[in-house]
Ligand binder design. Sequence first.
Ligand code: GLN
Length: 190
Amino acid sequence: MRIGVVAVQGAFLEHEKMLKELGADCVEIRQKKDLEGIDGFIFPGGESTVQGKLLKELDLFDPIQKAIFNGMPVLATCAGLILLAEHLEQDSTTHLQTLPVTVKRNGYGRQLGSFKAYGTVDDMKNVPLVFIRAPYITEVKKEVKILSYYENRIVAVQYKNQIGLSFHPEMTKDTRIHEAFLKLVKSGKN
Ligand code: GLN
């Protein structure tokens, strides 16, 4: 399996490390030709405004959007979730708009920079949840599966081939979410 990690800005190295640990091949996506031959991709956390701008400047925006609409599996963490969101709360700077949810940026306030908690994600219990200036999801369309709530707020969803997370599994030692993503990629290949 070959996974593209969007590497224009942010915490992409941590994802690569985890993917390698799980035996997947990784390629850093920085230009259009890097998308050739991948089976799925990951959007890391970072700064969504900067990432969105760079995707356009590097001519990655349209091919990535097309690949997602065509069913390519994608795992998006934090800023990545913001990039995929169809709507942003009180914010008109939307990006790829492939995931039918509304996301609130910096949902926990700018003061509460980062914190760690534990929660259930789909059928996985006691998953470490690392939030860093994290967004959360305020609304989902009805076909979207909610995978996790933290304190009554939606922090993980799946819609067809897209998984969106408010938090950072790549910054923990728990590999279960990446394993679940690789399973999704594999199921698309069969
Ligand atoms: N607050 C950041 C943004 O709006 C996301 C933070 C993160 O990815 N850790 O882009």
